[in-house]
Design a protein around this ligand. Structure first.
Ligand SMILES: NC(=O)c1ccc[n+]([C@@H]2O[C@H](COP(=O)([O-])OP(=O)(O)OC[C@H]3O[C@@H](n4cnc5c(N)ncnc54)[C@H](O)[C@@H]3O)[C@@H](O)[C@H]2O)c1
Length: 401
């Protein structure tokens, strides 16, 4: 291979899981930064959607950028794994869920990596971007050696964006780089410096733990606020007022989270991954799960003190796991719906962002419900006029954010 073809190859990237919430914005950001990016995904429907210029989920600034990078030819999407052979860099962003026992479900991830490595050759850079169980990168490094593929450079570089604002954050956040070797770390740092202001070097296991600590830390902080909310209820006190009073001109409480549903595809799952790594003795994480996951039950008990739900049609507004998003993965609004179904005459659900045949239109819910419960604090709910009483779980209507 000539030097110029080799340097062209170094500017080509395949992103495995490339049409997902992490892979797609990352791919678009690299395409904009001058790389040629192939998004490789097993979901043929999403691949076709992306190639047709349509974003499969809500992401700020992504619609215009997708059109731009498709038109320039710097980004393509495919289901064909043979692209892995022709690139300089492979980035893995596939999901890493926990199983029904809340243990990391490593089998699928291992199988995917087996396929990926089977297609890769010496000299390529392999970056793990998915959130992984601690020790996965070092184990993969040892596997590469035993497969005589130790000239593939391996690094773990966790994704730390907040979903929905990836494109902005990818250019703002420092990137953690955990190279399996020094050379792998340097190559990964060069890659991420094309997007980010700073790179920070850690050992792979430190970078893996750093990512899990970040999510577990947030999850535990939400649990603290939710536990304080429960205490306030017991004393007939207004948690939102206490929260606001404590944060006013008092710097040490600025990071005090609001009470509300702590859900979504990452926080609980990653706290449980850390718990599994700690051989099940991560007491703080387990307690946080009990508090956060118990919140829908506690809210229904609270609502029942004021309303006879058995005689009421309850309208639940907001099914996504976070505001102004269409993502329902692990949303606690769905758990709240289940509990409300047990207690109410009827439960009617709506969300302007979410496509789900179980949902109704917002107009119908507002027309038919005797009581409204706001599950997700979408901004658009602030301007609604309600003719019925409203249970405002996250203080959406009354607070300014
Ligand atoms: N969503 C977030 O905000 C976020 C933030 C930081 C880290 N993470 C981590 O990033 C990883 C991905 O999360 P996500 O939210 O993007 O998941 P996702 O489900 O949105 O995307 C994963 C994509 O991978 C594809 N895929 C699955 N198996 C594949 C395979 N074998 N080959 C090719 N494609 C495959 C799926 O079709 C999907 O499009 C997870 O480990 C998650 O914990 C997510």
């Amino acid at each position: 291979m000539t030097t110029s073809t080799s340097s062209t190859k170094q500017k080509t990237i395949a992103i495995v899981g490339g049409c997902g919430h992490v892979g797609l914005p990352l791919g678009m950001a690299f395409a904009k930064a001058g790389y040629h990016v192939h998004l490789l995904d097993i979901n043929a429907q999403t691949v076709a959607m992306v190639m047709g210029g349509k974003m499969p989920f809500v992401e700020e600034g992504a619609d215009a950028l997708l059109t731009e990078v498709l038109a320039s030819g710097s980004l393509t999407a495919t289901t064909d794994t043979s692209v892995l052979k022709d690139v300089g860099i492979v980035i893995v962003t596939i999901g890493t869920p926990v199983d029904e026992y809340l243990d990391p479900s490593v089998g699928t991830f291992d199988a995917a990596l087996h396929t990926i490595i089977g297609q890769m050759s010496q000299g390529q850079l392999l970056v793990l971007r998915s959130t992984v169980f601690p020790g996965v990168t070092d184990r993969l490094g040892r596997q590469l050696s035993s497969m005589q593929k130790n000239d593939i450079d391996l690094a773990y570089c966790p994704e730390r964006i907040v979903q929905g604002e990836s494109l902005h954050e990818l250019t703002q956040l420092p990137q953690l780089i955990g190279g399996y070797t020094e050379r792998a770390g340097e190559r990964a740092a060069t890659l991420f410096k094309s997007l980010a202001p700073t790179t920070i070097f850690l050992r792979p296991v430190e970078a893996e733990l750093a990512k899990l600590y970040a999510n577990a830390w947030r999850y535990i902080n939400f649990a603290i606020s939710n536990q304080f909310w429960v205490i306030a209820q017991e004393f007939g006190a207004d948690f939102a007022k206490i929260h606001s009073a404590l944060r006013q001109d008092y710097p040490r409480m600025k990071s005090f989270a609001r009470a509300g549903f702590a859900a979504g595809p990452c926080l609980l799952k990653d706290t449980m991954q850390l718990g599994a790594f700690d051989h099940g003795s991560f007491v703080l994480g387990q307690s946080a799960m009990m508090i956060n996951e118990g919140l829908p039950y506690l809210w229904v008990q609270q609502i029942k003190k004021t309303y006879d739900l058995s005689t009421m049609n309850v309208g639940l507004l907001g099914m996504a796991f976070k505001p102004n998003s269409d993502d329902v993965r692990s949303s606690l609004s769905y758990k709240l719906r289940k509990v409300l179904i047990l207690e109410s005459k009827k439960v009617l659900c709506a969300d302007p962002y979410v496509q789900d045949p179980q949902l109704m239109s917002q107009e119908d819910v507002l027309a038919q419900a005797d009581l409204i419960v706001i599950g997700t604090p979408h901004d658009c709910y602030r301007s609604l006029a309600f003719r019925q009483p409203v249970v405002d779980i996250t203080n959406t209507i009354s607070s300014t954010r």
